[in-house]
Design a protein around this ligand. Sequence first.
Ligand code: GLU
Length: 503
Amino acid sequence: MEKKVRVRFAPSPTGGLHLGGVRTALFNYLFAKKHNGTFILRVEDTDQTRFVSGAEEYIVSCLAWCGINPDESPQLGGEFGPYRQSERKPTYRQYAEQLIADGFAYYAFDTPEELDLKRKEIPNFLYGQASRMGMRNSLSLPDAEVAALLKNNTPHVVRIKMPEDEQVSFVDMIRGLVSFDTNLVDDKVLLKADGMPTYHLAVVADDRAMQISHIFRGEEWLPSAPIHILLWKYLGWAEEMPKWAHLPLILKPDGNGKLSKRDGDRLGFPVYAQNWTDPKTGDLTPGFKELGFMPEAFINLLGMLGWNDGTDQEIFSLAELIDKFSLERISKAGAKFDFEKAKWYNHEWIKNATAARLLEEVKILFAGQGLVLNDDAYVSTVIDLVKDRCNLLTDFITQSGYFFASPAAYDVAAVKNKWSEEKAAFFSSYLEALTEGLSAPEMEEQFKSMAAAQNLKPGELMLPFRIMLVGGKFGPGVFDIAYALGTEETKNRITAALVAFNN
Ligand code: GLU
Protein backbone atom coordinates (compact mmCIF):
# COMPACT_ATOMS: atom_id res chain seq x y z
CA MET A 1 0.00 0.00 0.00
CA GLU A 2 1.24 3.51 -0.81
CA LYS A 3 2.26 5.46 2.25
CA LYS A 4 0.00 8.31 3.23
CA VAL A 5 1.50 11.57 2.04
CA ARG A 6 3.02 13.51 4.93
CA VAL A 7 5.45 16.32 4.17
CA ARG A 8 7.12 18.91 6.34
CA PHE A 9 8.53 22.39 6.11
CA ALA A 10 11.33 22.44 8.65
CA PRO A 11 12.81 25.90 9.05
CA SER A 12 15.34 26.88 11.66
CA PRO A 13 14.23 29.97 13.57
CA THR A 14 17.33 32.00 12.82
CA GLY A 15 15.91 35.18 11.27
CA GLY A 16 13.70 36.41 8.46
CA LEU A 17 12.09 34.01 5.99
CA HIS A 18 13.80 34.13 2.61
CA LEU A 19 11.56 33.73 -0.42
CA GLY A 20 13.38 30.45 -1.16
CA GLY A 21 12.13 29.18 2.18
CA VAL A 22 8.58 30.14 1.32
CA ARG A 23 8.95 28.43 -2.06
CA THR A 24 10.06 25.25 -0.24
CA ALA A 25 7.04 25.52 2.07
CA LEU A 26 4.80 26.11 -0.93
CA PHE A 27 6.01 23.09 -2.92
CA ASN A 28 5.62 20.87 0.14
CA TYR A 29 2.13 22.26 0.65
CA LEU A 30 1.12 21.85 -3.01
CA PHE A 31 2.31 18.26 -3.05
CA ALA A 32 0.48 17.48 0.20
CA LYS A 33 -2.78 19.06 -0.92
CA LYS A 34 -2.58 17.49 -4.35
CA HIS A 35 -2.38 14.05 -2.74
CA ASN A 36 -4.81 14.61 0.13
CA GLY A 37 -1.84 14.51 2.43
CA THR A 38 -0.71 16.36 5.53
CA PHE A 39 1.52 19.43 5.61
CA ILE A 40 3.54 19.81 8.78
CA LEU A 41 5.47 22.75 10.16
CA ARG A 42 8.39 21.56 12.27
CA VAL A 43 10.67 24.06 13.95
CA GLU A 44 14.31 22.95 13.87
CA ASP A 45 15.74 24.83 16.79
CA THR A 46 18.49 22.51 17.98
CA ASP A 47 21.24 25.02 17.28
CA GLN A 48 20.93 27.25 20.31
CA THR A 49 23.75 29.51 19.10
CA ARG A 50 21.76 30.51 16.03
CA PHE A 51 18.36 30.74 17.73
CA VAL A 52 16.69 34.13 17.32
CA SER A 53 13.72 34.98 19.46
CA GLY A 54 10.61 35.95 17.54
CA ALA A 55 11.73 34.09 14.42
CA GLU A 56 9.26 31.23 14.90
CA GLU A 57 6.29 33.59 15.34
CA TYR A 58 7.49 35.46 12.28
CA ILE A 59 7.64 32.27 10.17
CA VAL A 60 4.15 31.28 11.33
CA SER A 61 2.86 34.71 10.41
CA CYS A 62 4.49 34.62 6.95
CA LEU A 63 2.93 31.24 6.18
CA ALA A 64 -0.47 32.48 7.36
CA TRP A 65 -0.18 35.55 5.14
CA CYS A 66 0.60 33.30 2.17
CA GLY A 67 -2.29 30.95 2.96
CA ILE A 68 0.11 28.02 3.32
CA ASN A 69 -1.64 26.61 6.34
CA PRO A 70 -0.08 23.70 8.22
CA ASP A 71 -2.18 20.76 9.37
CA GLU A 72 0.20 20.07 12.25
CA SER A 73 2.56 22.59 13.86
CA PRO A 74 3.88 23.81 17.21
CA GLN A 75 0.86 26.11 17.37
CA LEU A 76 -1.77 23.59 16.28
CA GLY A 77 -0.24 20.49 17.79
CA GLY A 78 -1.01 17.09 16.27
CA GLU A 79 -0.57 13.39 16.75
CA PHE A 80 3.19 13.46 16.18
CA GLY A 81 4.18 16.36 18.44
CA PRO A 82 5.96 18.12 19.88
CA TYR A 83 6.81 19.99 16.70
CA ARG A 84 9.76 21.94 18.09
CA GLN A 85 12.98 19.95 18.12
CA SER A 86 14.17 21.56 21.35
CA GLU A 87 11.16 19.92 23.03
CA ARG A 88 12.12 16.54 21.61
CA LYS A 89 15.63 16.58 23.04
CA PRO A 90 15.26 13.40 25.18
CA THR A 91 14.35 11.35 22.11
CA TYR A 92 17.60 11.76 20.19
CA ARG A 93 20.38 10.41 22.44
CA GLN A 94 19.14 6.81 22.20
CA TYR A 95 19.75 6.91 18.45
CA ALA A 96 23.26 8.25 18.85
CA GLU A 97 23.95 5.46 21.33
CA GLN A 98 22.40 2.82 19.10
CA LEU A 99 24.66 3.99 16.26
CA ILE A 100 27.74 3.76 18.51
CA ALA A 101 26.76 0.29 19.72
CA ASP A 102 26.35 -0.86 16.13
CA GLY A 103 29.69 0.61 15.05
CA PHE A 104 28.24 3.37 12.87
CA ALA A 105 29.22 6.27 15.09
CA TYR A 106 31.86 7.08 17.70
CA TYR A 107 32.70 9.46 20.53
CA ALA A 108 35.09 12.29 19.70
CA PHE A 109 36.89 14.23 22.42
CA ASP A 110 38.74 16.81 20.32
CA THR A 111 38.39 20.24 21.84
CA PRO A 112 37.29 23.20 19.73
CA GLU A 113 40.89 24.52 20.00
CA GLU A 114 42.36 21.26 18.73
CA LEU A 115 39.94 21.29 15.81
CA ASP A 116 40.76 24.91 15.00
CA LEU A 117 44.44 24.09 14.99
CA LYS A 118 43.87 21.22 12.56
CA ARG A 119 41.84 23.45 10.29
CA LYS A 120 44.65 25.98 10.29
CA GLU A 121 47.30 23.33 9.63
CA ILE A 122 45.42 21.54 6.87
CA PRO A 123 43.43 23.55 4.35
CA ASN A 124 39.97 22.06 3.76
CA PHE A 125 40.50 19.69 6.66
CA LEU A 126 37.98 16.87 6.57
CA TYR A 127 37.29 14.90 9.76
CA GLY A 128 36.77 11.60 8.04
CA GLN A 129 38.07 8.18 7.30
CA ALA A 130 41.50 9.47 6.18
CA SER A 131 42.10 11.64 9.25
CA ARG A 132 40.02 10.26 12.09
CA MET A 133 42.69 7.91 13.44
CA GLY A 134 44.93 10.92 14.03
CA MET A 135 42.27 12.61 16.15
CA ARG A 136 41.09 11.98 19.70
CA ASN A 137 38.11 9.67 19.53
CA SER A 138 36.83 6.29 20.57
CA LEU A 139 38.22 4.72 17.39
CA SER A 140 41.76 6.04 17.81
CA LEU A 141 42.18 5.90 21.61
CA PRO A 142 42.55 2.73 23.69
CA ASP A 143 39.27 1.47 25.14
CA ALA A 144 40.38 2.06 28.71
CA GLU A 145 41.15 5.71 27.98
CA VAL A 146 37.81 6.17 26.26
CA ALA A 147 36.04 4.62 29.25
CA ALA A 148 37.91 6.93 31.63
CA LEU A 149 37.17 10.01 29.55
CA LEU A 150 33.49 9.16 29.48
CA LYS A 151 33.45 8.36 33.18
CA ASN A 152 34.96 11.78 33.94
CA ASN A 153 32.30 13.45 31.81
CA THR A 154 34.93 14.82 29.46
CA PRO A 155 33.11 16.97 26.91
CA HIS A 156 32.55 14.98 23.76
CA VAL A 157 30.47 14.78 20.66
CA VAL A 158 29.18 11.79 18.71
CA ARG A 159 30.22 11.57 15.07
CA ILE A 160 28.93 9.38 12.26
CA LYS A 161 31.57 7.01 10.91
CA MET A 162 31.47 7.46 7.17
CA PRO A 163 32.27 4.20 5.41
CA GLU A 164 35.33 3.91 3.22
CA ASP A 165 35.17 3.69 -0.58
CA GLU A 166 31.42 3.50 -0.90
CA GLN A 167 28.97 5.22 -3.16
CA VAL A 168 25.80 6.42 -1.51
CA SER A 169 23.18 6.62 -4.23
CA PHE A 170 19.55 7.55 -4.27
CA VAL A 171 16.93 8.56 -6.76
CA ASP A 172 16.00 12.20 -6.33
CA MET A 173 12.48 12.83 -7.61
CA ILE A 174 13.74 15.87 -9.51
CA ARG A 175 17.35 15.03 -10.32
CA GLY A 176 17.18 11.29 -10.90
CA LEU A 177 20.08 9.13 -9.70
CA VAL A 178 22.49 11.02 -7.46
CA SER A 179 25.67 9.46 -6.05
CA PHE A 180 28.17 10.53 -3.44
CA ASP A 181 31.65 9.19 -2.73
CA THR A 182 31.77 8.52 1.01
CA ASN A 183 35.49 9.34 1.13
CA LEU A 184 34.59 12.95 0.40
CA VAL A 185 31.95 13.29 3.10
CA ASP A 186 33.08 14.13 6.61
CA ASP A 187 32.17 12.38 9.82
CA LYS A 188 29.51 14.88 10.76
CA VAL A 189 28.71 15.52 14.39
CA LEU A 190 25.38 13.91 15.35
CA LEU A 191 25.20 14.76 19.02
CA LYS A 192 26.81 17.87 20.44
CA ALA A 193 28.68 18.26 23.71
CA ASP A 194 25.58 19.83 25.28
CA GLY A 195 23.57 16.71 24.48
CA MET A 196 21.61 18.43 21.75
CA PRO A 197 21.45 16.61 18.45
CA THR A 198 22.74 18.36 15.37
CA TYR A 199 20.44 18.99 12.47
CA HIS A 200 21.58 15.75 10.79
CA LEU A 201 20.49 13.42 13.57
CA ALA A 202 17.38 15.36 14.50
CA VAL A 203 16.11 15.65 10.94
CA VAL A 204 16.32 11.92 10.35
CA ALA A 205 14.91 10.96 13.75
CA ASP A 206 11.99 13.35 13.34
CA ASP A 207 11.26 12.59 9.71
CA ARG A 208 10.87 9.00 10.81
CA ALA A 209 8.95 9.76 14.00
CA MET A 210 6.57 12.00 12.09
CA GLN A 211 6.17 9.42 9.30
CA ILE A 212 7.30 11.83 6.61
CA SER A 213 6.73 10.28 3.19
CA HIS A 214 8.40 12.83 0.89
CA ILE A 215 11.05 15.46 1.55
CA PHE A 216 11.12 18.62 -0.52
CA ARG A 217 13.94 20.93 0.40
CA GLY A 218 16.35 23.34 -1.20
CA GLU A 219 19.25 22.15 -3.31
CA GLU A 220 21.66 23.49 -0.68
CA TRP A 221 20.78 20.39 1.38
CA LEU A 222 21.85 17.95 -1.33
CA PRO A 223 25.38 17.52 0.12
CA SER A 224 23.74 16.44 3.41
CA ALA A 225 21.66 13.76 1.70
CA PRO A 226 24.32 10.98 1.89
CA ILE A 227 24.59 11.48 5.66
CA HIS A 228 20.85 11.32 6.07
CA ILE A 229 20.47 8.29 3.84
CA LEU A 230 23.18 6.41 5.72
CA LEU A 231 21.48 7.31 9.01
CA TRP A 232 18.18 5.91 7.77
CA LYS A 233 20.01 2.69 6.91
CA TYR A 234 22.22 2.51 9.99
CA LEU A 235 19.27 3.03 12.30
CA GLY A 236 17.51 0.13 10.60
CA TRP A 237 14.84 2.24 8.94
CA ALA A 238 15.81 1.83 5.27
CA GLU A 239 12.39 0.41 4.43
CA GLU A 240 10.66 3.50 5.78
CA MET A 241 12.87 6.05 4.08
CA PRO A 242 10.99 8.96 2.52
CA LYS A 243 11.42 9.94 -1.10
CA TRP A 244 13.70 12.92 -1.71
CA ALA A 245 13.39 16.00 -3.89
CA HIS A 246 15.94 18.81 -3.86
CA LEU A 247 14.37 21.93 -5.30
CA PRO A 248 16.32 24.10 -7.76
CA LEU A 249 18.08 27.12 -6.33
CA ILE A 250 16.63 30.58 -6.68
CA LEU A 251 19.35 32.57 -8.39
CA LYS A 252 20.38 36.23 -8.45
CA PRO A 253 18.83 38.23 -11.30
CA ASP A 254 21.98 37.79 -13.41
CA GLY A 255 21.99 34.05 -12.77
CA ASN A 256 25.33 34.15 -10.94
CA GLY A 257 24.79 32.25 -7.72
CA LYS A 258 22.12 31.90 -5.11
CA LEU A 259 19.92 34.90 -4.34
CA SER A 260 20.82 36.21 -0.92
CA LYS A 261 19.39 38.80 1.39
CA ARG A 262 22.36 41.00 0.52
CA ASP A 263 21.42 40.94 -3.19
CA GLY A 264 18.04 42.35 -2.24
CA ASP A 265 19.65 45.14 -0.22
CA ARG A 266 22.08 45.84 -3.05
CA LEU A 267 19.52 45.79 -5.86
CA GLY A 268 16.68 47.40 -3.93
CA PHE A 269 14.07 44.69 -3.68
CA PRO A 270 12.84 42.52 -0.82
CA VAL A 271 13.98 38.95 -0.36
CA TYR A 272 11.99 38.26 2.80
CA ALA A 273 8.27 37.50 2.82
CA GLN A 274 7.40 40.10 5.47
CA ASN A 275 9.29 42.88 7.22
CA TRP A 276 11.80 41.43 9.63
CA THR A 277 13.32 43.36 12.51
CA ASP A 278 16.44 41.82 13.94
CA PRO A 279 15.80 41.75 17.70
CA LYS A 280 19.48 42.30 18.49
CA THR A 281 20.40 45.11 16.12
CA GLY A 282 16.94 46.55 15.51
CA ASP A 283 17.71 46.48 11.77
CA LEU A 284 14.66 46.26 9.57
CA THR A 285 14.76 44.11 6.44
CA PRO A 286 11.87 44.87 4.11
CA GLY A 287 9.33 42.27 3.09
CA PHE A 288 7.12 41.66 0.06
CA LYS A 289 3.98 42.09 2.14
CA GLU A 290 4.71 45.56 3.41
CA LEU A 291 6.05 46.68 0.05
CA GLY A 292 2.58 46.05 -1.30
CA PHE A 293 2.46 42.53 -2.69
CA MET A 294 -0.74 40.55 -2.62
CA PRO A 295 -0.16 37.12 -1.10
CA GLU A 296 -1.89 35.59 -4.15
CA ALA A 297 0.74 37.19 -6.39
CA PHE A 298 3.63 36.26 -4.11
CA ILE A 299 2.54 32.61 -4.07
CA ASN A 300 1.99 32.66 -7.81
CA LEU A 301 5.43 34.03 -8.60
CA LEU A 302 7.10 31.60 -6.19
CA GLY A 303 5.22 28.74 -7.78
CA MET A 304 6.74 29.69 -11.12
CA LEU A 305 10.29 29.72 -9.77
CA GLY A 306 11.37 26.29 -10.94
CA TRP A 307 8.00 24.96 -12.05
CA ASN A 308 5.54 25.48 -14.89
CA ASP A 309 2.56 23.52 -16.11
CA GLY A 310 3.98 22.99 -19.59
CA THR A 311 1.83 25.70 -21.18
CA ASP A 312 2.25 29.48 -21.43
CA GLN A 313 -0.05 30.06 -18.49
CA GLU A 314 1.60 32.20 -15.83
CA ILE A 315 -1.24 33.25 -13.58
CA PHE A 316 -2.27 30.58 -11.11
CA SER A 317 -4.27 30.78 -7.92
CA LEU A 318 -3.23 28.58 -5.02
CA ALA A 319 -6.11 26.21 -5.83
CA GLU A 320 -4.96 25.99 -9.45
CA LEU A 321 -1.36 25.41 -8.40
CA ILE A 322 -2.55 22.51 -6.26
CA ASP A 323 -4.55 21.14 -9.14
CA LYS A 324 -1.78 21.47 -11.73
CA PHE A 325 1.28 20.76 -9.58
CA SER A 326 3.42 17.91 -10.83
CA LEU A 327 6.88 16.75 -9.87
CA GLU A 328 7.73 16.06 -13.50
CA ARG A 329 7.53 19.75 -14.29
CA ILE A 330 9.94 20.94 -11.60
CA SER A 331 13.16 21.90 -13.32
CA LYS A 332 16.64 20.87 -12.25
CA ALA A 333 18.17 24.16 -13.28
CA GLY A 334 18.21 27.13 -10.92
CA ALA A 335 15.51 29.77 -11.44
CA LYS A 336 16.54 33.40 -11.84
CA PHE A 337 14.65 35.85 -9.69
CA ASP A 338 13.44 38.88 -11.63
CA PHE A 339 11.91 41.63 -9.51
CA GLU A 340 10.33 43.37 -12.52
CA LYS A 341 8.55 40.12 -13.32
CA ALA A 342 7.52 39.81 -9.67
CA LYS A 343 5.86 43.22 -9.95
CA TRP A 344 4.18 42.14 -13.15
CA TYR A 345 2.56 39.24 -11.29
CA ASN A 346 1.40 41.61 -8.59
CA HIS A 347 0.01 44.03 -11.16
CA GLU A 348 -1.94 41.23 -12.82
CA TRP A 349 -3.38 40.15 -9.47
CA ILE A 350 -4.33 43.68 -8.43
CA LYS A 351 -5.84 44.44 -11.82
CA ASN A 352 -7.97 41.30 -11.76
CA ALA A 353 -8.95 41.46 -8.10
CA THR A 354 -12.46 42.51 -7.16
CA ALA A 355 -12.94 45.74 -5.25
CA ALA A 356 -14.29 43.58 -2.41
CA ARG A 357 -10.96 41.70 -2.22
CA LEU A 358 -8.97 44.95 -2.17
CA LEU A 359 -11.26 47.04 0.05
CA GLU A 360 -9.74 46.17 3.43
CA GLU A 361 -6.18 46.34 2.08
CA VAL A 362 -6.79 49.84 0.75
CA LYS A 363 -8.54 51.01 3.91
CA ILE A 364 -5.64 49.75 6.01
CA LEU A 365 -3.15 51.54 3.76
CA PHE A 366 -4.97 54.85 4.11
CA ALA A 367 -5.48 54.33 7.83
CA GLY A 368 -1.69 54.10 7.98
CA GLN A 369 -1.66 57.56 6.41
CA GLY A 370 -4.06 58.84 9.05
CA LEU A 371 -7.10 58.76 6.77
CA VAL A 372 -10.07 56.69 7.91
CA LEU A 373 -12.27 55.70 4.98
CA ASN A 374 -15.82 54.81 5.93
CA ASP A 375 -17.76 54.87 2.71
CA ASP A 376 -17.14 51.36 1.39
CA ALA A 377 -19.21 51.88 -1.75
CA TYR A 378 -17.20 54.97 -2.68
CA VAL A 379 -13.86 53.33 -1.87
CA SER A 380 -14.89 50.35 -4.02
CA THR A 381 -15.72 52.63 -6.95
CA VAL A 382 -12.33 54.29 -6.58
CA ILE A 383 -10.56 50.93 -6.42
CA ASP A 384 -12.19 49.83 -9.65
CA LEU A 385 -11.17 53.08 -11.33
CA VAL A 386 -7.48 52.94 -10.40
CA LYS A 387 -6.56 49.31 -9.78
CA ASP A 388 -5.09 48.69 -13.22
CA ARG A 389 -2.64 51.55 -12.58
CA CYS A 390 -1.15 49.88 -9.50
CA ASN A 391 1.82 47.52 -9.50
CA LEU A 392 1.93 47.46 -5.72
CA LEU A 393 -0.91 47.79 -3.23
CA THR A 394 0.93 50.79 -1.82
CA ASP A 395 0.48 52.48 -5.21
CA PHE A 396 -3.18 52.98 -4.23
CA ILE A 397 -2.03 55.81 -1.98
CA THR A 398 -0.58 57.86 -4.82
CA GLN A 399 -3.02 56.61 -7.44
CA SER A 400 -6.18 57.29 -5.49
CA GLY A 401 -5.35 59.76 -2.72
CA TYR A 402 -7.03 62.63 -4.61
CA PHE A 403 -10.38 60.85 -4.39
CA PHE A 404 -10.30 61.25 -0.63
CA ALA A 405 -8.76 64.70 -0.26
CA SER A 406 -8.59 67.59 -2.70
CA PRO A 407 -5.17 68.15 -4.27
CA ALA A 408 -2.69 69.77 -1.89
CA ALA A 409 -0.82 71.16 -4.89
CA TYR A 410 -1.33 71.45 -8.64
CA ASP A 411 1.08 70.71 -11.42
CA VAL A 412 0.68 74.34 -12.46
CA ALA A 413 3.68 74.14 -14.80
CA ALA A 414 1.73 71.70 -16.97
CA VAL A 415 -1.10 74.23 -17.41
CA LYS A 416 0.37 77.68 -17.06
CA ASN A 417 1.97 78.39 -20.42
CA LYS A 418 -1.18 77.40 -22.26
CA TRP A 419 -3.58 79.01 -19.82
CA SER A 420 -5.69 81.84 -21.23
CA GLU A 421 -8.58 84.09 -20.32
CA GLU A 422 -10.76 82.11 -22.69
CA LYS A 423 -10.01 78.92 -20.86
CA ALA A 424 -10.65 80.55 -17.49
CA ALA A 425 -13.96 81.83 -18.89
CA PHE A 426 -14.82 78.36 -20.14
CA PHE A 427 -14.42 76.86 -16.68
CA SER A 428 -16.48 79.65 -15.12
CA SER A 429 -19.30 78.87 -17.52
CA TYR A 430 -18.83 75.16 -16.95
CA LEU A 431 -19.23 75.73 -13.22
CA GLU A 432 -22.62 77.27 -13.94
CA ALA A 433 -23.70 74.58 -16.36
CA LEU A 434 -22.67 71.53 -14.38
CA THR A 435 -25.73 70.04 -12.75
CA GLU A 436 -26.44 67.00 -10.65
CA GLY A 437 -27.52 63.73 -12.13
CA LEU A 438 -25.32 63.46 -15.23
CA SER A 439 -23.53 60.23 -16.02
CA ALA A 440 -19.83 60.32 -16.93
CA PRO A 441 -20.56 60.10 -20.72
CA GLU A 442 -23.20 62.82 -20.36
CA MET A 443 -20.70 65.06 -18.57
CA GLU A 444 -18.21 64.49 -21.34
CA GLU A 445 -20.82 65.28 -23.95
CA GLN A 446 -21.78 68.52 -22.18
CA PHE A 447 -18.13 69.54 -21.67
CA LYS A 448 -17.28 68.99 -25.33
CA SER A 449 -20.27 70.77 -26.75
CA MET A 450 -19.68 73.78 -24.48
CA ALA A 451 -16.03 73.88 -25.61
CA ALA A 452 -17.11 73.78 -29.26
CA ALA A 453 -19.62 76.58 -28.65
CA GLN A 454 -16.79 78.72 -27.25
CA ASN A 455 -14.44 77.83 -30.10
CA LEU A 456 -12.06 75.95 -27.85
CA LYS A 457 -10.48 72.55 -28.47
CA PRO A 458 -11.84 70.09 -25.89
CA GLY A 459 -8.46 68.34 -25.90
CA GLU A 460 -6.79 71.49 -24.57
CA LEU A 461 -9.30 71.80 -21.77
CA MET A 462 -9.15 68.23 -20.57
CA LEU A 463 -5.61 68.49 -19.16
CA PRO A 464 -6.37 71.58 -17.04
CA PHE A 465 -9.59 69.88 -15.93
CA ARG A 466 -7.65 66.79 -14.89
CA ILE A 467 -5.12 68.85 -12.97
CA MET A 468 -7.95 70.70 -11.22
CA LEU A 469 -9.39 67.40 -9.97
CA VAL A 470 -6.25 65.30 -9.50
CA GLY A 471 -3.43 67.75 -8.97
CA GLY A 472 -1.24 65.99 -11.57
CA LYS A 473 -1.20 64.48 -15.03
CA PHE A 474 -2.34 61.00 -14.09
CA GLY A 475 -5.37 58.91 -13.28
CA PRO A 476 -8.24 57.28 -15.12
CA GLY A 477 -10.67 59.06 -17.49
CA VAL A 478 -11.26 62.61 -16.25
CA PHE A 479 -15.06 62.36 -16.52
CA ASP A 480 -14.98 59.09 -14.57
CA ILE A 481 -13.09 60.96 -11.89
CA ALA A 482 -15.54 63.88 -11.92
CA TYR A 483 -18.48 61.50 -11.81
CA ALA A 484 -17.02 59.60 -8.84
CA LEU A 485 -16.20 62.84 -6.98
CA GLY A 486 -19.75 64.12 -7.52
CA THR A 487 -20.95 67.47 -8.82
CA GLU A 488 -20.39 69.44 -5.67
CA GLU A 489 -16.83 68.30 -5.07
CA THR A 490 -16.00 68.71 -8.76
CA LYS A 491 -17.25 72.30 -8.63
CA ASN A 492 -15.30 72.99 -5.45
CA ARG A 493 -12.13 71.73 -7.06
CA ILE A 494 -12.64 73.77 -10.22
CA THR A 495 -13.20 76.90 -8.12
CA ALA A 496 -10.12 76.33 -5.99
CA ALA A 497 -7.94 75.53 -8.98
CA LEU A 498 -9.09 78.56 -10.95
CA VAL A 499 -7.66 80.75 -8.21
CA ALA A 500 -4.31 78.98 -8.46
CA PHE A 501 -4.25 78.99 -12.29
CA ASN A 502 -5.35 82.61 -12.67
CA ASN A 503 -2.68 83.89 -10.34
N1 GLU B 1 16.28 23.02 9.23
C1 GLU B 1 16.65 22.94 7.85
C2 GLU B 1 16.50 24.36 7.29
O1 GLU B 1 16.71 25.27 8.02
C3 GLU B 1 15.78 21.94 7.13
C4 GLU B 1 16.41 21.27 5.96
C5 GLU B 1 15.58 20.08 5.55
O2 GLU B 1 14.48 20.29 5.07
O3 GLU B 1 16.04 18.95 5.73
O4 GLU B 1 16.20 24.59 6.16
